[in-house]
Design a protein around this ligand. Structure first.
Ligand SMILES: NC(=O)c1ccc[n+]([C@@H]2O[C@H](COP(=O)([O-])OP(=O)(O)OC[C@H]3O[C@@H](n4cnc5c(N)ncnc54)[C@H](O)[C@@H]3O)[C@@H](O)[C@H]2O)c1
Ligand SMILES: [Zn+2]
Length: 368
């Protein structure tokens, strides 16, 4: 077992992230190394995580009372009812604050489980074992938890840091290509908002990363986590700097909400579209140079990352999209707040735009 260890230091909590292959066979050892103790634990497991890997986890956990809850992860189930089911188990089995909830799944399972952990008796121990690329590079770090509402995505939630994150890349072997691309979208986002060198590394090695080739995949996960770590350690509660992690997301969340969170468009696919939109919007507003825009655009095209928005959303839904954008959490006025790029690696915060401007920009995107 070789592992990369990254320590996250927030005001609320300090916790390690371990990245490597075969880590789930050493759970007891990892828990001991972090002095994490509990007498009961609830495993919330994504139904698509292979049984063989779950058995390995069960074998390597300390011999405690372990309860399993299988969760059918999708955006529609990322809701209050799923949280209630978890809370009911914890209550019925008389879990204490010192007991533990372990999430084994992608970003949806992690967000739902983390939220339940944060509100059960005002906070129970929480361990995240992310099983998708997206969760390993993004959602398992930084303590954002939450669920969707009919009014929009992730509108109900909390900041709650886990006690430990274990990213075992063996989980990724059963992940459909579509989901690998989704995770790659968040890796790309991190490079664009923080580090041009990392972007150039991705530009050179994207095929190897998308095919999970070692050491490229480990390096990308590690670099991505490092970028997010640096941002959330400065601004844990998204008062300012952390907003840059939403690059591409104001567009993405609006597409997801317009399509009612259906599997027609995954979060990561929406993010990739959002990256393209936000980069083009940066160009149109004379912020980003044409050369840098082309680098981003060519990257998305060369590695076949983009899907066609107009194939997913009809132009008559334009009002819906813009209306969802006006409900984005970042907005503090009637205007739409966007994270844009000045250069690759240099985002700009706190720019606000009229609905009309976004409407005419998106009209072209949906029709062209
Ligand atoms: N909390 C945060 O900071 C944060 C950051 C980014 C994204 N998110 C959230 O994360 C969610 C997206 O996460 P995701 O892309 O991981 O989606 P997901 O949890 O839906 O997982 C994607 C798909 O992969 C399946 N799956 C999971 N592990 C598998 C495995 N090992 N093998 C085969 N299939 C597997 C799942 O069942 C699902 O069908 C969104 O809801 C988004 O809002 C949260
Ligand atoms: Zn995201």
């Amino acid at each position: 077992m070789s592992a990369i260890k990254l320590q996250i230091n927030t005001k609320e909590r300090r916790y390690p992230i371990f990245i490597g292959s075969g880590l789930i066979t050493k759970l007891s050892k990892l828990l001991n190394s972090c002095s994490i103790k509990f007498s009961k634990c609830l495993l919330v497991i994504d139904s698509k995580v292979p049984k063989t890997l779950i058995n390995k986890i069960l074998k390597s956990l300390p011999k405690k009372q372990t309860i399993i809850h299988i969760f059918n992860a999708n955006e529609l189930n990322k809701n209050q009812s799923s949280v209630n089911k978890i809370l009911t188990i914890l209550l019925k089995k008389n879990f204490h604050r010192n007991d533990c909830l372990i999430s084994i799944g992608g970003g949806i399972t992690g967000d739902v489980s983390g939220f339940a952990s944060s509100i059960f008796k005002r906070g129970i121990k929480f361990i995240n074992i992310p099983t998708t690329l997206l969760a390993q590079v993004d959602s398992s770090i930084g303590g954002k938890t939450g669920i969707n509402s009919i009014h929009g995505k992730n509108l109900i939630g909390s900041f709650y840091q886990p006690n430990l994150v274990i990213s075992d890349i063996n989980f990724l072997k059963t992940l459909p290509k579509r989901e690998i691309i989704c995770g790659y979208g968040e890796i790309l986002k991190h490079s664009l908002i923080a580090n041009k060198k990392f972007f150039l590394f991705l530009n050179k090695n994207a095929n190897k990363i998308l095919n999970l080739k070692s050491p490229f995949i480990e390096k990308s996960i590690h670099r991505s986590c490092l970028i997010k770590k640096r941002i959330i350690e400065i601004d844990e509660k998204e008062k300012n700097l952390r907003k840059i992690l939403n690059f591409g997301h104001t567009f993405a969340h609006a597409y997801e909400a317009t399509l009612q969170y259906s599997k027609k468009l995954n979060h990561g696919e929406a993010v990739i579209l959002g990256i393209m939109n936000a980069s083009k919007f940066s160009l149109k507003n004379n912020l980003l140079s044409n050369d840098e825009f082309k680098l981003i655009k060519n990257h998305l095209i060369q590695f076949k990352l983009l899907i066609k928005l107009k194939k997913k959303i009809s132009p008559n839904k334009l009002n819906h999209i813009v209306s969802f954008m006006t409900k984005d959490k970042k907005n503090t006025t009637k205007k739409i707040n966007l994270i844009l790029l000045k250069k690759i690696g240099q985002p700009i915060l706190n720019l606000n735009f009229d609905n009309k401007k976004l409407y005419s920009f998106l009209k072209k995107e949906l029709i062209d």
